[in-house]
Design a protein around this ligand. Structure first.
Ligand SMILES: [Zn+2]
Ligand SMILES: [Zn+2]
Length: 138
């Protein structure tokens, strides 16, 4: 997931809350995300059993876990994908290539409609029947 360095204005005090399916894992992200994008890579697909995953990237300092601890899975070298140990919802992604950032699954937020994706990544791995964002959505 390449990132665009669109840093949050310091005045943005929005608190985005979210949770896993069962509610044991809860989290908050403060302020605007650095990016929101759809990832079509095979790893995201397998981790979620869905054609793509929409991620919101935040600085680590913006993110607070407020519920149960996440369980982690090293899906590739330097990458940890984290999920609820009770219900299995995929919640977070951290990778050495994105040091200092926590990427959260947009659909685990309580108001995912407020975090619209701006871009597609790993389009080369996209399933042929899975749609990319139209230009009108950018
Ligand atoms: Zn859960
Ligand atoms: Zn991916």
């Amino acid at each position: 997931m390449p990132r665009c360095l669109k840093l949050a204005p310091m005045t943005d005090t929005t608190i985005h809350t979210g949770r896993c399916f069962c509610g044991e894992v809860r989290f908050e992200a403060r302020g605007a995300p650095r990016f929101v994008s759809n990832c079509h890579c095979e790893s995201c697909r397998r981790a979620s059993s869905a054609p793509s995953v929409t991620w919101a990237g935040f600085a680590d300092a913006q993110v607070t876990l407020t519920g149960a601890s996440l369980r982690g899975y090293a899906s590739s070298p330097g990458v940890i994908r984290s999920f609820c140990g009770a219900c299995g919802s995929q919640i977070a992604f951290r990778g050495e290539r994105w040091a200092g950032e926590t990427h959260l699954t947009v659909c685990a937020f309580d108001a995912p409609e407020t975090l619209a994706p701006e871009s597609d990544h790993f389009e080369a791995e996209k399933l042929p029947w899975s749609a990319l964002l139209g230009a009108s959505h950018r």
